[in-house]
Design a protein around this ligand. Structure first.
Ligand code: NAD
Length: 509
């Protein structure tokens, strides 16, 4: 790709340490961003020092007092402008996502579209931050609940959705009257700077304080400052379960609020009545899309013995057609892993599968030669395993699909599916109503997302997104996920001349 194309996003300066009119100051350690697509240098970002972090939070605290007094529909107007700006920048930002993170250009565009969609959702929401009215047990009393902004929301994000996860949080948190401080992944800093530049420009055009939306750059250490900081009321953290456990403990220690979106170990159950054509497309996209680096990637296929051989041979055939290469070339289905550390983890997982007794059906390797110079391109793997293998319990962030056989009733497959620690996304392929309803019932999938005749990845913004168990329990995006970004207040008003007490308690003076 021609790097000059990215210059409109202002992300290519070397030693970038601040962006114009934006609440981001950084003069600390330099980290360089290389594209996993070709190994080429894109740009450098400096990390925020502790002193600069303090300056940023000070500005955020000042901005919070201003922003919460702006009526919610007027806050929505700023998010409308953000959505419009993202529409204008969709192609170029989508390219940057693809180039810096390594996902296909189509998926990069999809990520920016998700940002636009959540902005639209948040604009409507800005006129609907409803509470309830409640009938009081006391005569002449009125009760209701209402929602107020929390203050500062900290957003820690992962590399694999370098812009959309920020937007999910930012759009909702901002219409809810909060200011935001974002700690993006150190693996995709330029995507974050691009978003910050877009947001900062909108704030400037509207004469709003820059502290409404800030960025702090750096590694896990900077994330820890956010987790520890009592001034940050809610910490929304997306990333590995390992990270989430640390953030949860730190924030709980100060009785702060968390919204955790952590790792998954997602399965598709394939029943005897499944439409096998749909199953294969759903499974292959779920397993190899984003090179298996989605939190919702399909990791396990739990297949009934009656259709097992057919599914197995169709999958192996389908994998032969997968084209691997530059994600900006739309002929390719799969791009690279994020970096060579991820490649090492993939290779380690392959060894473990073999050591633990797995049967590799489609062998994995690291690709070499022309077009693969970054050393980050691997081939997708299919392995027959049993669900109890230690390696199957882990989320290996790579395109490795486990094939697991079940027999008997669908309840047996559901038990296999639920017997891992993670609980993000799940799916069943069936044309049998009894099976699908059981899967969706309280005795069915224990995941935050349960789909019928759709794969595990590719959620829409309208629903609440997130998972149970070690996935962290958080919900982001649609439905009533906005409530986590606000504090609820219950109000009781007495418009009589007497003071009756609740529960009929008598207190006479
Ligand atoms: P990661 O946990 O290595 O890093 C995520 C972010 O957390 C980074 O910004 C990192 O700097 C920061 N961080 C790391 N340790 C920290 C600590 N102790 N305190 C504060 N911040 C800390 O994850 P990654 O490799 O960037 O992303 C992949 C992981 O993210 C996968 O497990 C994937 O499933 C998960 N993920 C989950 C969702 C979801 O919605 N459930 C979405 C995207 C990614």
């Amino acid at each position: 790709m021609n790097l000059k194309e990215l210059s409109s996003l202002n992300v290519l300066e070397k030693n970038l340490g601040s962006s114009t009119g934006s609440n981001w100051f950084a003069s600390g350690k330099q980290f360089d961003s290389f594209s996993p697509t070709n190994g080429k240098y894109i740009g450098s970002v400096l990390s925020t020092t502790k002193a600069e972090y303090e300056q940023i939070i000070k500005k955020a605290e000042e901005a919070k007092l201003y922003w919460r007094d702006i009526p919610a529909p007027k806050r929505g107007e700023i998010i409308r402008q953000l959505g419009d700006k993202l529409r204008q920048e969709k192609e170029i930002l989508g390219k940057l996502v693809s180039y810096e993170m390594g996902k296909s250009y189509q998926e990069g565009l999809g990520e920016v579209q998700e940002m636009i969609d959540i902005c639209d959702f948040a604009v409507g929401l800005s006129r609907q931050l409803y509470g309830n009215t409640i009938h009081s047990e006391r005569p002449g009393h009125r009760m209701y609940d209402q929602y107020h902004p929390l203050g500062i929301v900290g957003i820690i994000t992962a590399f694999n959705f370098p812009v959309a996860v920020w937007a999910w949080n930012a759009a909702l948190a901002l219409v809810c009257g909060n200011v935001i401080v974002w700690k993006p992944s150190e693996k995709t800093p330029l995507c974050a700077i691009a978003c910050q530049n877009i947001m900062a420009q909108i704030l400037k055009e509207n004469n709003l304080p820059e502290g409404i939306s800030s960025v702090v750059t750096g590694d896990a250490e900077v994330g820890k400052w956010i987790a520890e900081d009592e001034r940050i009321t809610l910490v929304s953290a997306t990333g590995s379960t390992r990270m989430g456990k640390q953030v949860a403990v730190t924030v709980a220690n100060r009785l702060g609020k968390t919204l955790l979106e952590l790792g998954g170990n997602n399965a598709i159950i394939v029943t005897p009545s499944a439409d096998l054509k749909m199953t294969i497309i759903g499974a292959v996209f779920g397993a190899v899309g984003t090179a298996g680096q989605r939190c919702t990637s399909t990791r396990r296929l739990i297949v009934h013995e009656d259709v097992y051989d057919k599914v197995k041979s169709s999958l192996v055939e389908a994998y032969k057609q997968i084209k691997i290469g530059d994600p900006l070339d739309s002929n390719n289905h799969m791009g690279p892993l994020i970096d060579t550390d991820a490649v090492a983890m993939y290779l380690d997982a392959l060894n473990q599968i073999k050591e633990q007794g797995g049967n590799i059906l489609v062998e994995g390797k690291v690709l070499e030669g022309e077009g693969y110079e970054s050393g980050c391109y691997v081939t997708p793997v299919i392995a027959e395993v049993e669900n109890h293998y230690p390696i199957v319990q882990d989320e290996t962030f790579a395109p490795i699909l486990y094939l697991i056989k079940y027999s008997g009733e669908v309840q047996n497959a559901i038990e296999i599916q639920n017997s891992v620690k993670q609980g993000l996304s799940s799916a069943i392929m069936t044309t049998n109503l009894r099976e699908s309803e059981l899967f969706l019932s309280q005795n069915g999938s224990d995941c935050g997302i349960a789909n019928v005749n759709i794969g595990t990845s590719g959620a829409e913004i309208g629903g609440a997104f997130g998972g149970e168990k070690e996935t962290g329990g958080g919900r982001e995006s649609g439905s009533d996920a906005w409530k986590i970004y606000m504090r609820r207040q219950t109000n009781t008003i007495n418009y009589t001349t007497s003071l009756p007490l609740a529960q009929g308690i008598k207190f006479v003076l």
